[in-house]
Every structure is written in C-alpha cells, then in structure tokens.
Write a protein of this length. Structure first.
Length: 276
C-alpha cells in the first residue's frame, strides 16, 4: 500500500507530520505538500501557464521521503498521480487541518480539494480536519490558538479509518471527510454519519473598507466575524463536531440537477435553435 500525504498548511505543519507518522503501519508513506500555506485553495492548480512548479527535498522526522512543492495541494496530488514520486499511489490522505472543514467551508478547503483531485484521478482520498478552540475562517491561523491542539486525537481517528480502508478500499474512488473535535478521544461523545451542513461554526458577517495610507485609490478589506454557534442537531457535520462528535461524511461529485421551477433559460435557447 502506497499512501500519499499532503495538506494545505504547508510542509512545516505539525498536523501534517503527525498524520504522516500515523499512516506508517499501513504501508509506504510519501509526503508531498506545498512549500507554504495554501489554505482556502480548494481544488486549484494555480496558473500553470504562468508558473514553473519546483520540487524540493524536505525533512520530516520518521518519514523516509518528503517533498515541498511550489504549488497548492491539488497540484501536489496531480504530480503524484502523474508519477513524480514513483509508483502509483493507492490512497491520498490530507491533513491534519487545524480547523474543522465542515459546512460551507467544504467548498473552499484545500485539504478537501486535494482529495477531490485524487478522486478525479481514480484514487480514494481521506481529508482529516480538527476543530480549534478559537480562530478565524476555517480555523486557520494564530499560533497561540493552536497551543492546546490535540493533534494525536485526530491522528488516532484517522489511523482507525485508514487502517480499515486499507483492508477494504472502496471499489470506486471516493472521498471521505473526517472532522474531529479538539479533545482527547476518551472525551468524545461518539461519531456521526453526517450530511454537509449549510452553516459554519463561525461566520463572516461583514467587511470594512479602509483606505491604505500612502496609496491613493487602494484599500484594505477587513473581515468581521460573528459569534461561534453550536447547532443542536448532529445530523450535519457542523453540529456533530460542535457537540463533541467525530463527523464522517462521504462527499459526492458535483452533479447536475433539474432546472429550478420557473426557469426560462431553456425556452429562450429553444427559440433560436428549434426549426433551424
């Protein structure tokens, strides 16, 4: 079993290192992570026609092969799929992200974007994220807010899931999104099979526009945040993690749907293409 481990917080992330070491019992582990933080990169590759990505050897204690890549996590996975790191990989594991990737943040997460890219290439992906006690958008950022992070708890849950998957990989490439509360495993209330919620644990509420001193016509955009919320239901990922449960969500592909009621786009197109 060959396991490719990546993240969106960069090669120096403690969460990445702990996650990679927790994967060692299950096979050959190779790290390929961005050389800097790419939080919020989703499944972006970047402007490949403008950049020339580079690969640099990195050191991660306990891991035989680690690389820093000048690009977002989805690009790291694409390089892995195309053979930049040798033989094909059986599994992509992304994380541990400091900050739960639940609700609307699923659309923007680079942690999850790496796994979506893996699935597009026929490889199952597992995204691993952990709530933080405080923090901004998707929990990223301030070091003092991560001092009490229970990284080992998230790694233990991830290892449990990956260990089982290694003996029974999905027949079709899939994406498993795991979100873990920031507490010891013994303190967690359990786990929940969840849907993707429509909220966030803490939402952006408004933006202030502030003139940039010395730069006429330029402005700073300052985001403001609302209070943390704790939904009562554990049926969705936001509520489950907020209430002390491990959230397990299998993420579908983007699919088309029936036109919304009252849509006139189709009839307008018919007007120019029918009876030609």
């Amino acid at each position: 079993m060959r396991i490719f481990v990546t993240n969106d917080d960069g090669i120096d992330s403690i969460g990445l290192h702990i996650l990679a070491r927790s994967m060692l019992p299950f096979g050959e582990v190779v790290i390929g992570a961005p050389d800097t933080e790419y939080s919020g990169a989703s499944s972006s590759f970047g402007a490949l026609h403008l950049i020339k990505p580079e690969l640099h050897k990195a050191f991660v204690e306990g891991i035989d092969e680690a690389w820093a890549i000048t690009g977002p996590p989805a690009l790291c996975v694409m390089f892995a799929r195309l053979g930049a790191f040798g033989d094909p990989f059986d599994l992509v594991v992304s994380g541990i992200n400091p900050g739960a990737n639940v609700g609307r943040s699923v659309y923007h997460s680079g942690t999850i974007g790496a796994c979506l890219t893996a699935r597009n290439g026929g490889i199952t992906g597992v995204a691993v994220s952990q709530a933080v006690d405080e923090g901004g958008y998707m929990g990223q950022g301030i070091e003092e807010m991560l001092r009490n992070q229970k990284w080992d708890s998230a790694a233990e849950i991830a290892a449990l899931a990956v260990g089982e998957m290694c003996t029974n990989l999905p027949k079709e490439a899939s994406v498993l999104n795991i979100n873990v509360p920031n507490m010891d495993v013994s303190e967690m209330k359990g786990w929940a099979q969840t849907t993707v919620g429509t909220d966030l644990m803490r939402q952006m509420t408004e933006v202030d526009i502030e003139p940039k001193i010395g730069h006429e016509g330029a402005y700073h955009l300052n985001l403001k945040w609302g209070e943390r919320i704790t939904p009562s239901s554990i049926d969705n990922d936001v509520g489950a993690v907020a209430n002390g449960y491990v959230s397990i969500s299998w993420l579908s592909r983007l699919i088309s749907q029936e036109p919304p009621s009252g849509s006139s786009v189709e009839s307008r197109l018919d007007s120019i293409f029918i009876n030609r």
